[in-house]
Design a protein around this ligand. Structure first.
Ligand SMILES: [Zn+2]
Length: 175
């Protein structure tokens, strides 16, 4: 009986350890002081080129439609950030600014509108067994997140662009 208990404790400790091990791979939002150049046209790269150009976290989100952990490091950073602009980490296109930012409490960076409408595309996404509207970067096709509408937020649009901060680049300063 004693051995059993001991084993159980050991198992619990091991699963905890593997959990916190996973958490150590922290997705963060890149910050830079200069606004990146706006891409002139579509930005096209091969999968191998994207993998080389991006951090593993950016690659996973932008090119593999990954989703960062909610209420993670990125969300904490986002809440602390002041004025600034949010660009695509893949191609530098301006996507959002602090003017459209709001705290939805959902655990991911949220905006009620894009800063530059032509840089953001939406399309119906039926993966994960539900119908959602996917948000992508119009310039490089990178996956950004999803947009939800009519949830009752007291913002000018009542839309929630629920965006993976790990796929964004933040440039502090007047947007
Ligand atoms: Zn892009």
């Amino acid at each position: 009986m004693k051995t059993h208990l001991h084993l159980l404790t050991l198992c619990a400790a091991l699963s905890l350890a593997s959990c916190s091990g996973r958490d150590e791979k922290k997705t963060t939002m890149e910050t830079q002081s200069e606004k990146p150049a706006e891409p002139a046209g579509k930005v096209e790269k091969t999968d191998a080129e994207w993998e080389k150009a991006l951090t593993p976290e950016q690659y996973e989100i932008l090119r593999k439609s990954g989703t960062e952990r909610p209420h993670g490091e990125v969300y904490k950073e986002f809440k602390k950030q002041g004025e600034g602009s949010y660009h695509c980490a893949g191609c530098g296109a301006l996507l959002f600014t602090s003017k459209q930012k709001f705290d939805s409490g959902c655990g991911w960076p949220s905006f009620y509108d894009p800063a530059k409408a032509e840089n953001v595309l939406t399309r119906i996404d039926t993966s994960m067994g539900s119908t959602r509207v996917e948000v992508t970067c119009a310039k490089c096709g990178g996956h950004l997140g999803h947009v939800f509408e009519g949830e009752g937020y007291s913002t000018p649009t009542d839309k929630r662009y629920c965006i993976n901060g790990g796929g964004l680049k933040f440039v502090p300063g007047k947007p």
